[in-house]
Design a protein around this ligand. Structure first.
Ligand code: PEP
Ligand code: MN
Length: 337
């Protein structure tokens, strides 16, 4: 249920109504937009039928949210959510660039890549320290050592660190080093993990599962939001289809679709979607044209030698060129990079 307050309602009204809802055993989430304040009341909505809440002079209307995701929906928040991470803001107009290696391999290699990201104008350094590899015999990541290298790169460049969390038992550790916690495609439906990151106060990048619908992605986001963590970014990273010449199929229609259904920012990861570096730049451009709030791009100082996802990783020079192309596109669209 959402309770829409009248324009100009006071903080004391919000507090009073929130208290009443909590007394009824409902979970309360307040969304203060520029135009209006909405209070989301989650739980057994039948209790609301018996209250005179609608008679409160601060209340404009009470509406049910019929969708299986509520806090993630546009009904709950009309304006686009903007997520502030250090000096970066994801959502609401600017284009956020998150680039880096698939996996953190060495301190020197990571620093070389981080400097290139910074120089080209990116705001975030991505890199996995815990990797969800399809084969148990593939390189699984450096663990805490990798997180330390990411922190070193942040200290030197000021880039914000995006890194994956796979196991709730590592939540405290990853939270200590990350600026954004990535939940990988294979864990989109790991509800225990989603609840765990919901308890943290750290932005989350939630990737769409390999065979998940947009609705399922939004329901997974809801698990995080419902725990009180409202800083969720959604990531389209390609879905499985019958096509075999690309690793997955980039579902760009998901970008405007999500934006029509949800207020959460949408990031596109063309690297894992297409799996080959030659198609990554045009798909980055297409993603921005489709309205993506950010891009997640894998880059490497020497893709032939990469321990993971080399074929889809851009060379540093190619990334620099892509950034120049993106800058022109963003300018035409009246957005900023
Ligand atoms: C990654 O970003 O390195 C990754 C493993 O992505 P995904 O979970 O989308 O496969
Ligand atoms: Mn990868």
């Amino acid at each position: 249920m959402i309770i829409v307050l009248k324009q100009g309602s006071k903080q004391s009204d919000i507090d009073h109504i929130s208290e009443k809802l909590q007394e009824m055993g409902l979970k309360v989430h307040v969304s203060q937009g520029e135009e209006r304040t909405i209070i989301g009341a989650i739980g057994d909505e039948r209790v609301l039928r018996e209250t005179p809440l609608a008679a409160n002079p601060a209340v404009e209307k009470i509406l049910p949210i019929l969708k299986p995701f509520k806090l993630a929906s546009r009904d709950f928040r009309r304006e686009d959510s903007r997520i502030r991470i250090g000096e970066q803001v994801v959502g609401g107009g600017s284009l956020s660039i998150m680039a880096g290696p698939c996996t953190v391999e060495s301190r020197d290699g990571l620093l070389t890549i981080a400097r290139a990201v910074k120089k080209a104008g990116g705001g975030f350094l991505r890199g996995g320290a815990f990797k969800p590899r399809s084969s148990p015999y593939s390189f699984q990541g450096l663990g805490e050592e990798g997180l330390k290298y990411l922190a070193d790169a942040r200290n030197e460049t000021g880039l914000m660190v995006v890194t994956e969390l796979m196991d709730p038992r590592d939540a405290e550790l990853v939270n200590r080093y990350a600026d954004v916690i990535q939940i990988g495609a294979r864990n989109m439906s790991n509800f225990t993990l989603l609840k765990e990151v919901g308890k943290l106060r750290k932005p989350v990048l939630l990737k769409r599962g390999l065979a998940a619908t947009v609705k399922e992605l939004l329901m997974s986001a809801e698990y995080i939001l419902d725990e009180g963590n409202h800083e969720v970014m959604l990531c389209e990273r390609g879905i499985r289809t019958f096509e075999t010449d690309t690793r997955n199929t980039l579902d760009l229609s998901a970008v405007p679709l999500i934006q029509s259904m949800s207020h959460l920012p949408v990031v596109v990861d063309p690297s894992h979607a297409v799996g080959r570096s030659d198609i990554v730049p045009p798909m980055c451009m297409a993603a921005v044209a489709a309205g993506a709030d950010g891009l997640l791009v894998e880059i490497h100082e020497n893709p032939e030698e990469a321990l993971c996802d080399g074929p889809q990783s851009l060379r540093l020079e190619d990334f620099k060129n892509l950034m120049e192309q993106l800058r022109s596109l963003v300018h035409v669209l009246g957005r900023t990079l």
